[in-house]
Write a protein that binds this ligand. Structure first.
Ligand SMILES: C[S@@+](CC[C@H](N)C(=O)[O-])C[C@H]1O[C@@H](n2cnc3c(N)ncnc32)[C@H](O)[C@@H]1O
Length: 375
């Protein structure tokens, strides 16, 4: 385990956290598209009749469609009926709760900004960012909270293959800082690696290099009794997530906020948390459902014109090749699951962002077997 870049400039003041320009650009483009269609309808009323007919057909098909709520945004992938009843019930209740706490922001930055000042009794409250890539999630969480944040990563990529529901497998080693994508963002966001590790860039952050399987327990042992205030999980895989939850379990307290970047992958972080809370009889409440954090790397591109080019590339890529393509790719079953099965609120929520809304936060409200009596 090696620790780098700690204790640089002492930035304890909170800084603005809104990093959603990408989506505002998308909203502007969407408005232009809607305006263009409205204009066409004005000049060619037959188009209005066609669109009206399609909307009517869609409404009728939605009434008879039997797959409602079996598929989860934004993936509309694995049919949740493959899971045992109890887990399916958990997923159903989760989606019901999340629909009441949608947010347009990045969940991590929102939660970091809302943290209260550190309490006098626990000056060593911990803010952990697990899975940091080139370091921006850690730095921005430090900016938003005005507190010290610890970032953990191998900086050599995933340590196990990541099976994303029944979709693709993202191979071990992906997200290594030697990859061309990482190199490009390192250059474009003004990060200069030091001995292969990202710098703090004046933020109050420490990066801890190594697999969390090796680094997390010794890190906590060096800070006995320090409670975890913010736990950001972006290690992606089920195995790493469950291991981190188990390793940190004695440091969770009532009020600890846990943010899962890829929560809506039902065989990954959600499954890990489900098993964890079940094992210890935890009580918690969902707080927010919104944007995952990776995309804010684009907001950190230093050149304004380059940043704008990135916005356009990301928006186009998302709707043409990314998960956004299910909005139009009628030959794919996920198109039908989206338009026929998703609640109208989800449809609006998904169309309103040119990116993934899979990030979820929750707050521990009761420790169950992890409490003073159970430990
Ligand atoms: C999706 S990226 C994190 C993105 C980052 N939070 C951001 O917003 O830019 C996932 C990261 O987790 C790291 N990772 C995955 N499993 C790990 C483990 N068990 N220990 C340490 N790092 C791990 C990978 O190296 C990768 O950088």
């Amino acid at each position: 385990m090696s620790v780098v870049d700690g204790h640089t400039a002492d930035r304890t003041r909170k800084r603005p956290v809104d990093r959603t320009t990408l989506h505002r650009v998308w909203h502007a483009l969407l408005a232009v598209i809607v305006l263009a269609i409205a204009t066409l309808c004005y000049f060619f009323p037959v188009l209005l009749a066609v669109l009206g007919g399609l909307a009517l057909l869609l409404g009728c098909a939605r009434l008879i469609y039997r797959g409602r709520d079996r598929y989860i945004p934004n993936l509309y992938a694995r049919d949740t009926r493959v899971y045992e009843d109890e887990y399916r019930g958990f997923i159903r209740q989760t989606m019901e709760s999340l629909r009441r706490c949608k947010t347009r922001d990045h969940v991590l930055l929102r939660e970091a900004a809302q943290l209260p000042p550190p309490s006098r009794e626990d000056p060593e409250e911990l803010l952990l960012d697990l899975g940091v890539w080139i370091g921006w999630s850690t730095r921005l969480a430090a900016d938003a909270s005005g507190r010290q944040v610890y970032g953990f990563d191998t900086f050599e990529g995933l340590v196990e293959d990541w099976q994303v529901d029944d979709q693709l497998v993202i191979k071990r080693g992906t997200f290594s800082l030697t990859e061309p994508l990482a190199q490009r963002f390192i250059a474009d966001t003004g990060v200069t690696l030091q001995d292969g590790l990202p710098p703090a860039l004046g933020r109050k952050v420490e990066f801890i290099k190594g697999m969390t399987y090796d680094t997390l327990a010794p890190f906590l042992a060096e800070r006995p009794d320090a409670p975890i205030t913010l736990f950001h999980m972006d290690l992606d895989t089920y195995e790493s997530c469950l291991h981190a939850l188990e390793t940190c379990k004695d440091r969770f307290v009532e009020g600890s906020v846990l943010v899962f970047d890829e929560y809506l992958v039902t065989n990954g972080e959600m499954r890990a948390f489900y098993e964890f809370q079940r094992k210890y009889g935890l009580q918690w409440r969902y707080r927010a459902w919104g944007l995952e954090i990776w995309e804010m790397n684009v907001e950190m591109v230093t050149s304004r014109w380059k940043r704008f080019a990135y916005y356009l590339i990301l928006i186009t890529g998302y709707w043409s090749l990314g998960d956004g393509r299910y909005v139009w790719a009628f030959f794919d079953k996920r198109f039908w699951r989206f338009w026929l099965g998703a609640p109208l609120g989800d449809i609006a929520f998904m169309l309103g962002a040119a990116g993934q809304r899979k990030s979820v936060s929750l707050e521990i409200t009761g420790l169950g077997a992890l409490g003073a009596d159970g430990r």
